[in-house]
Design a protein around this ligand. Structure first.
Ligand SMILES: *[C@@H]1O[C@H](CO)[C@@H](O)[C@H](O)[C@H]1NC(C)=O
Ligand SMILES: *[C@@H]1O[C@H](CO)[C@@H](O)[C@H](O)[C@H]1NC(C)=O
Ligand SMILES: [Mg+2]
Length: 442
C-alpha cells in the first residue's frame, strides 16, 4: 500500500500511480504531482466556488439563466423543480413589518430585540432577499461567515439585489480566507494524526471507541433509542437487550456489517467507487431491517421536509452521473473534506433509497475520508439540528455551511486523537461518552 502524507493528493490517485509504476519512476512522478499540487491550490478553490455557483444556478426562481447543459439529468431535474414559494401576500406583509421593526430596533441600539425580529422575519419568509440582506448586515460585525451566507442566499433569490451583491463583494474574500484557514488547520492536525503510530495501544483503543460512537450516533440520529452502552453490548456479545425492538437491534447489526464491508473490502481495493459499491453498503445497512428494499433504489416518489427528491425514474441516470463525479478530476481537485461532504450532500439530494439514505451517505463520506488517510467523522446526535439545517442551506444553493459543519466534525475527531496521543495519562474516558469533543486540556 502506498502511503503519502500529502493528503491533498488522494490515496486513490497516488495508489493508482504506485500500482502502475514502481520505485524510481514513482518518486519522479510524485515530485511532479507535488509541483502540480501547488499550482492546483487555486484551481481547487475555483472548482469549489464553481460548484457552489452551479448549484445556485440550478435553483429555479433566482432570476439567472442556467449555463449548464440541460442534457445533464441533475440539471434537468433541478430546473423542473417547483420555484421556492412562500410568497403568499399575507406572509410577505408580516415579514416586511417584522423586518421594518427589526431595522428600527437596530437603529435604536436594541440588539437583542433586533435579533429576535430579524429571526422572526426570516422565519416568516425565508426566501425574501431584503430580509436576508438586512439580517446579514446586522450580523456582519459578529459573524461575517453567516452574514456572507445570508447575502449569498439573498442573491440566489434576487440576482439583481444590488445591496446584497455589493455586501457579498465586501465579505467574500475574507470568508474565503477563513474557510481556507479552516482547511489549513485540518491539514496541520492531519499531519499530527498521521504521526501517531497505528499499532499503539492508544490508537487501537481510540479507534475501537470511535467505532462504537459512529454506530451509536448514526443510528440514533435516525431515531434508534438504544443507548451507546446497549449498542456496544449487542456488538460485543451478540446478546439482545430486553424491552428493545428487533428492528432497533437490526439497525445496529446492519451498520456493523456495513462498516466491516467498507473496512475489509472497499478500503482494501484500489480504484473507482461504483454504483454497485454504494448499493452494497446500503444492502448491509438495511439488510436485516428490510431485506426487500436493501441494496435497491426506490421505485416511488418520496417527500422529505421541504425537499422533493428527484422522481424514481431519474435515479439510475442520476446515480451514474453521481459516480462519474465521484471519480472525476473535478472531485480530486477538492480538499478531501470538501469532497467527502459534497459526496454526502449529493447522495442525500438524490435520495436513491426509500430508507437508509442518511446512514449510507455518512458511510460513503467516511469511506472517502478514510481513503484520504483521515479518521471517519462522527455526526453527533446533539448536532442533528445543525446537520439538517446546513443540508437545507445546500438545497438553497449555498453548500459551504454543510462543508464547514463536516470540517468541524473532522477537526473534533483529529483533536480527540491528538489529545489522547499527547500524554499517556490522557484517557479515553476524558473524551465524553456521547461526544467526541475533547474535554480535557487540549
Ligand atoms: C430585486 O432587488 C432589487 C433591489 O436591489 C429590486 O428593485 C427588485 O424589485 C428585486 N426583484 C424582485 C423580483 O424582488
Ligand atoms: C479493519 O481491517 C483490518 C485489516 O483488514 C483489521 O485489522 C481491523 O481490525 C479492521 N477493523 C475493524 C474495525 O473491523
Ligand atoms: Mg430513515
Amino acid at each position: 500500500m502506498c502511503k503519502t502524507t500529502e493528503i491533498q493528493i488522494t490515496i486513490n490517485k497516488s495508489s493508482l500511480i504506485c500500482f502502475l509504476l514502481g520505485g524510481v519512476i514513482t518518486a519522479v512522478l510524485f515530485s511532479a504531482i507535488h509541483l502540480n499540487f501547488s499550482l492546483t491550490l487555486d484551481r481547487r478553490w475555483a472548482a469549489l466556488r464553481q460548484h457552489v455557483t452551479e448549484r445556485a444556478l440550478l435553483v429555479p426562481g433566482m432570476g439567472l439563466t442556467p449555463t449548464v447543459p440541460t442534457s445533464n439529468p441533475l440539471t434537468r431535474w433541478a430546473l423542473s423543480m417547483p420555484v421556492y414559494s412562500s410568497d403568499t401576500r399575507v406572509l410577505k406583509g408580516e415579514a416586511l413589518a417584522a423586518l421594518h421593526q427589526a431595522i428600527d430596533a437596530k437603529k435604536n441600539g436594541k440588539k437583542v430585540k433586533a435579533l429576535k425580529l430579524f429571526q422572526h422575519a426570516l422565519a416568516l419568509d425565508p426566501n425574501h432577499a431584503d430580509v436576508l440582506n438586512e439580517y446579514g448586515e446586522f450580523l456582519e460585525d459578529e459573524d461575517v461567515v453567516k452574514a456572507d451566507h445570508l447575502y449569498t442566499c439573498a442573491v440566489i433569490f434576487n440576482g439583481s439585489h444590488s445591496k446584497a451583491l455589493s455586501n457579498l463583494r465586501r465579505t467574500s474574500a475574507s470568508v474565503a480566507e477563513i474557510d481556507k484557514q479552516m482547511l489549513d488547520s485540518i491539514d496541520a492536525k492531519h499531519e499530527q494524526f498521521l504521526k501517531i503510530s497505528e499499532s499503539s495501544r492508544v490508537f487501537e483503543r481510540a479507534r475501537q471507541e470511535f467505532y462504537y460512537l459512529q454506530v451509536y450516533h448514526t443510528t440514533a440520529i435516525e431515531g434508534n433509542t438504544l443507548t451507546l452502552e446497549q449498542m456496544r453490548s449487542i456488538m460485543e456479545t451478540g446478546l439482545a437487550i430486553g424491552g428493545k425492538s428487533i428492528l432497533e437491534h437490526n439497525e445496529v447489526l446492519g451498520l456493523e456489517l456495513a462498516l466491516q464491508y467498507i473496512n475489509s473490502t472497499l478500503m482494501q481495493r484500489i480504484g473507482q467507487i461504483t454504483v454497485k459499491d454504494i448499493l452494497a453498503i446500503h444492502h448491509r445497512v438495511l439488510g436485516h431491517v428490510n431485506p426487500i428494499d436493501a441494496g435497491h433504489v426506490r421505485t416511488s416518489q418520496v417527500f422529505i421536509g421541504g425537499h422533493v427528491p428527484p422522481p424514481s425514474t431519474e435515479i439510475e441516470d442520476l446515480m451514474d452521473e453521481f459516480v462519474e463525479w465521484l471519480n472525476s478530476e473535478e472531485a480530486l481537485l477538492l480538499h478531501p473534506v470538501e469532497f467527502a461532504a459534497l459526496a454526502h450532500y449529493k447522495l442525500v439530494y438524490i435520495h436513491p433509497f426509500l430508507d437508509g439514505n442518511g446512514r449510507t451517505a455518512r458511510l460513503l463520506m467516511n469511506l472517502i475520508l478514510m481513503r484520504a488517510g483521515f479518521p471517519p467523522v462522527v455526526v453527533k446526535l446533539s448536532e442533528r439540528h445543525t446537520y439538517y439545517e446546513t443540508i437545507k442551506m445546500g438545497n438553497l444553493g449555498d453548500l459551504r455551511p454543510f462543508i464547514r459543519f463536516i470540517s468541524h466534525s473532522l477537526e473534533d475527531m483529529l483533536d480527540a486523537y491528538i489529545y489522547l496521543d499527547s500524554d499517556p495519562d490522557h484517557s479515553i474516558t476524558d473524551v465524553k461518552e456521547s461526544e467526541v469533543h475533547v474535554i480535557g486540556p487540549a
